[in-house]
Design a protein around this ligand. Structure first.
Ligand SMILES: [Zn+2]
Length: 76
């Protein structure tokens, strides 16, 4: 079961919860103040994938194949 991160706008605290994927966006009570003013935080997964993209881009132009796949990378 995946871990989701939630943010409570009542006490301004983040907390995590283990939930089935289909229940990820269901209402959940804050574990600190028991408020239902919570929202799922999407940053964990997307921050991780964005970091991977940044790493690939820093390797140089084109797709990094050295010109062998016809992507237009300079090889002359
Ligand atoms: Zn709270």
């Amino acid at each position: 079961m995946p871990v989701y991160e939630y943010y409570c706008s009542h006490c301004r605290t983040k907390f995590e919860a283990l939930r089935p994927m289909r229940a990820a966006d269901d209402p959940i009570r804050c574990e600190h103040c028991d408020s239902q003013r919570t929202a799922r935080v999407l940053s964990v997964f997307f921050a991780a994938s964005g970091g991977a993209d940044g790493e690939a881009r820093s390797l140089g132009g084109g797709c990094g194949c050295g010109g062998q796949c016809g992507c237009g990378a300079s090889h002359n």
